[in-house]
Design a protein around this ligand. Structure first.
Ligand code: R5P
Length: 306
């Protein structure tokens, strides 16, 4: 019997993503088997034939520390067992925010993490990584990378759900996503000025033109502690600019943050499905599968410029 060329291997907790990708890629998928030894080490087993196949590990890298060693072990095992290629589809790519030494002595984890993954993988596909001082993934990753933009599905969602949107980024860094979504959704956009005083201490202020009468749509790549979105929502509410729709590409926040955002004035809080979350409303699996097919065939070796 002819073996399918591609196999999707689900990282722990990521079976729905693996199944969705396998459907799009029209191939099989299997769960990575993990065993936690009493001494705290982890055993990894691949229960499918990988010899000669293109193995695509699938898993989002939120809460990355516990996922990264099994990922590296699985990638190395697949290669030793004869896989023709070993790639990773990580809809959320971790360790992109520490892209410089903010304080003396700090590790630049985005570079170290990129070196670690690049040593075991042939390609990486992800959705809108946090590119800021690092402008392109291939500045730090030495493997083929492909960035899938969330802007087209977000713009489609807006066209279907918000009659007259005004896109607002909560800080200058978000201009790259906000500008693209507003171009595709044919809506005006602006960004706020943000100052971060600490992990959970953020202030924002209005800059540039305001669009009263339109529905404010706050858009950011990551919602984590939610402090950025909360500060931006409070600002819009106190300026009388309306109840914002809050959209995060990567939902790293918890239920309490969700509740606080609604309490603060957000009319709705939603996200792309890059991290499994109750706020997921925008699907990325088909675009991820298309990108994975291209990058594994070597058709697109570079990531999208920021
Ligand atoms: C940072 O520059 C990112 O784009 C987000 O604004 C940030 O990660 C949001 O984090 P939090 O929800 O913790 O304020």
């Amino acid at each position: 019997m002819k073996r399918e060329p591609t196999l999707v291997l689900a990282l722990p907790g990521c079976s729905p993503l693996a199944a969705a990708l396998a459907r799009s890629l029209r191939c099989g998928w299997s769960e990575l088997a993990l065993h936690h030894f009493p001494d705290g080490e982890t055993g990894v087993r691949i229960d499918a034939t990988v010899d000669g196949r293109r193995v695509v590990l699938a898993g989002s890298l939120d809460r990355p520390d516990a996922k990264t060693l099994p990922l590296i072990f699985a990638a190395d095992a697949a290669r030793e067992l004869g896989a023709a290629q070993v790639g990773l589809i990580a809809p959320y790519l971790a360790y992109m925010r520490q892209d410089t030494r903010f304080q003396p002595g700090e590790a630049v984890t985005s570079r170290s993490y990129a070196r670690l993954l690049s040593a075991s993988l042939d390609f990486l596909v992800t959705v809108d990584p946090h590119l800021h001082r690092v402008r392109r993934l291939d500045e730090i990753y030495s493997i083929r990378t492909q960035v899938v933009p969330a802007a087209p599905p977000i713009a489609r969602w807006l066209r279907g759900h918000v009659a007259s949107p005004w896109l607002i980024g909560p800080d200058e860094e978000s201009a790259q996503w906000v500008a693209e979504v507003s171009r595709l959704a044919d809506a005006p956009w602006s960004v706020l000025r943000k100052t971060r005083h600490g992990d959970r201490d953020v202030s924002v202020s209005l800059t540039g033109r305001e669009w009263p009468g339109r529905v404010p749509v706050l858009l950011d790549d990551i919602i984590s502690t939610g402090e950025t979105m909360l500060a931006a929502t409070s600002l819009l509410m106190s300026a009388g600019l309306g109840h914002p729709v809050c959209i995060g590409v990567h939902a790293l926040f918890d239920g309490e943050v969700h509740r606080r955002l609604l309490q603060c004035g957000a009319s709705r809080v939603l996200s792309c499905d890059t991290v499994a979350h109750p706020s997921n409303a925008i699907r990325m699996a088909p675009a991820l599968a298309r990108a994975s097919r291209q990058v594994s065939l070597g058709k697109s070796a570079a990531s999208r410029p920021a």
